[in-house]
Design a protein around this ligand. Structure first.
Ligand code: KG4
Ligand code: ZN
Length: 344
């Protein structure tokens, strides 16, 4: 391939409750449009049927905006990358059907992308002041659906070293927030209140899980029983202690993550550490990871804030890497709700 050639990739992401489209050119972002679905907040979590309906409404204007903001014509596109899975089937079907139709109409290649690879490989988007990881590195992948420690030996050579046996860490944040009466998604709100609270005010029991695996369901139950007991004694307990409760919950969750990360570094001898996924937006996780550079001599990779939660730029960058590899798919490729990080 001609090295000076400009390669334009359109990425489409619709795995959960964000409809997003992005155009990147040779690894640089030209646009990254995200339509978030507010409708789920009042139900305390994502309602799959409502999510797919909202994707149907959003997909055309979001893609149009992404192409417009990139200041290109759709005929300039070289390929279309879309999230094949994992995610909610109804949501995935909207993005994948749209991507297929557009690739047929424009007669350009179709590139399916694993959403979790997208979160990890977002570190390879060309952005100012962000150094790309070198191989091998470990990635703590933390989102509303996943909690994994992944060893990345090359772009598409990934091995899961440990993962959650029950709830994902994002669910731990969101379910704890729900117990406290905070709206969905509660993770960012816990983060916000925690900044004003005392992390040592309350103590929650950390789970004992072997190897590099995680568990968060016991912690959630522990928090529920603690709050129920305290509210019985004082109906205003949550209101009077919200910041301290959030700080204590967040401290416990962050400690659980870092205990395993330290063990992973010890077991693998790899001390190049990245974080990825929606929960990597958490300020304490970001600060604590940065601090390990001085504390333990780790090299750390913290994604730009806009690439932490779901976005199509991360899908487009994977599309670009696959395009360079001539790694396309046939039109009969189907979306799939379940997909392991090392599957395509
Ligand atoms: O990656 P993502 O956007 O969607 C999934 O693929 O799941 O992650 C969403 C998750 C939610 O659970 C949300 O509460 C959490 O990321 N989250 C946070 C923060 N920002 C988003 N959790 C803790 N602190 C934050 N600042
Ligand atoms: Zn995600």
């Amino acid at each position: 391939m001609n090295k000076n050639k400009l390669i334009y990739i359109l990425g489409i992401e619709s795995s959960c409750d964000d409809t997003s489209a992005s155009v990147i050119c040779n690894g640089k972002i030209l646009s990254n449009v995200i339509a978030s679905q507010e409708i789920h907040a009042k139900y305390g979590g994502v309602v799959p049927e409502l999510a797919s309906r909202a994707h149907q409404q959003n997909i055309v204007p979001v893609v149009q905006q992404a192409i417009q903001q990139a200041n290109i014509d759709k005929k300039d596109l070289n390929a279309i990358a879309f999230t094949r899975g994992p995610g909610l089937m109804g949501s995935l079907l909207v993005g994948s059907s749209f991507a297929k139709s557009l690739s047929l109409a424009l007669n350009i290649p179709l590139i399916p992308v694993n959403h979790m690879q997208g979160h990890i490989l977002a570190h390879f988007i060309d952005t100012k002041n962000h150094q790309k990881p070198t191989f091998p590195f470990l990635c703590l992948t933390i989102s509303g659906g996943h909690t994994q420690i992944v060893k990345i030996s090359d772009y598409f050579s990934m091995e899961v070293l440990g993962e959650t046996l029950d709830d994902a860490v994002g669910e731990a944040f969101d379910k704890s927030a729900k117990i406290l009466g905070l709206p969905y998604p509660g993770g960012p709100l816990i983060d916000k209140h925690a900044k004003l609270g005392n992390p040592n005010a309350f103590k929650f029991t950390k789970p004992k899980v072997a190897n590099l695996n995680f568990s968060f369901s016991g912690l959630k139950t522990g928090i529920l029983y603690f709050i129920q007991k305290k509210v019985k004694e004082n109906p205003n307990f949550i209101k009077e202690n919200l910041n301290d409760i959030c700080a204590s919950i967040q401290k416990t969750i962050v400690e659980i993550l870092f205990d395993k990360l330290k063990l992973a570094v010890k077991q693998t001898g790899i001390n190049q550490i990245a974080i990825a996924g929606g929960v990597s937006a958490n300020s304490e996780i970001r600060n604590d990871l940065k601090a390990t550079e001085e504390k333990f001599g780790w090299t750390t990779y913290i994604p730009k804030f806009e690439f932490t939660t779901d976005n199509a730029a991360m899908i487009a960058i994977v599309g670009y890497l696959k395009f360079l590899d001539n790694n396309y798919a046939e039109i009969k490729t189907i979306a799939t709700a379940r997909l392991k990080v090392n599957e395509n």
